[in-house]
Write a protein that binds this ligand. Structure first.
Ligand SMILES: [Zn+2]
Length: 317
């Protein structure tokens, strides 16, 4: 009974609903795009959904990130999202990963389809290489201001690297240009619709879609494979860790993420646990300006990269 209205829709029916129930999808990034895609696909009955995100919920997320409320502030996005989704559909399986997706843990997004809901180009190039190498389709999307872009990347289309070049300088982000909250909802709706088409083996979009919600303009751009594309020619520099990052600025917050290497995180947790003003959850330890994660990284509130490093070093020392 749960899916009866969806099964009545001629393009889906009982047979395709069965395909959705058997499918596994990975959603990378549980922010504005990710919460909406997750909400839609869990209601649509995708049988198993892996959710991957590295961040915690902040007040400035609430204007666009559905699933989150004021009482969730400070909690990991993946944990809260899983709890809320299971209240909506307890019949599906949600697998949460509070990690920074990188070349050394990317195998966990192995699934029938990967949906990019991240806010950074590094992870997109990484997902692109992984998907090309393992022949898994993925759906790119990005949003800023009043506009967004999305494209399906499959064996029948050009890849992300065929079309987008690595930026020589930092791109505009939601931090600098802001975002209208209807934009991620609209783009997430397109991504989820394309996901349903791909998972049920139906014809899907092979163009790059631009959508400006302020002007109500949708443009579909024909895209071509590039002969010079290194990824299509089997060279994977992101997957092999040749483009690894140390400190990164996280979009949508004044956080820096720092990878912590050669430190036993359990020992660090035990040491810091003696401090006052500390909160711990299963995966992280929350101090006033820093959150340490057991997986070996820290999120730091600081104005500059150097200040962020200094704050972390103070606790590690
Ligand atoms: Zn390519």
């Amino acid at each position: 009974m749960r899916y009866i209205r969806q099964e009545q829709f001629s393009k889906i029916g009982k047979e395709n609903q069965e395909k959705l129930l058997k499918a596994t999808v990975s959603i990378v990034g549980i922010g504005a795009l990710g919460t909406t895609v997750l909400d839609i696909l869990s209601r649509a009955g995708i049988g198993r959904i892996k959710i991957i995100d590295r961040d915690i919920i902040e007040l400035n997320n609430l204007h666009r990130q559905i699933l989150f409320t004021e009482e969730d502030l400070g909690k990991p996005k993946v944990a809260v999202a899983k709890e809320k989704i299971l209240q909506i559909n307890s019949e599906i399986n949600i697998e949460e990963h509070l990690i920074d997706l990188d070349y050394d843990n990317i195998d966990l997004i192995k699934s029938d389809l990967i949906i990019d809901c991240t806010d950074n180009i590094y992870t997109r190039f990484l997902i692109n290489e992984y998907s090309r190498k393992n022949n898994i389709p993925w759906i790119y999307a990005s949003v800023i201001g009043s506009r967004g872009m999305t494209m399906n990347v499959t064996s029948e289309t050009p890849c992300f690297s065929c079309i987008f070049k690595e930026p020589g300088q930092p791109l505009d982000t939601c931090d600098t240009e802001g975002i209208l909250n209807t934009v991620p909802h609209a783009l997430a709706a397109i991504q989820a619709t394309e996901a349903i088409k791909i998972l049920t083996d139906q014809d899907y979009s092979k163009e790059l879609i631009h959508y400006n919600l302020w002007n109500n303009e949708i443009t579909k751009v024909k895209v071509k494979k590039s002969n010079e594309c290194t990824v299509c020619n089997g060279k994977y520099k992101y997957l092999e860790g040749k483009k690894s990052r140390g400190v990164i600025k996280i979009c949508g917050s004044c956080n820096y993420q720092i990878k912590i290497e050669n430190v036993n995180m359990l020992d660090l947790f035990n040491k810091l646990n003696k401090l006052n003003s500390i909160k711990t959850t299963e995966d992280c330890l929350i101090l006033p300006n820093v959150i340490f994660f057991k997986s070996g990284r820290a999120l730091v509130k600081a104005k500059t990269k150097e200040k962020a490093k200094a704050i972390v070093d103070r606790y590690l020392g």
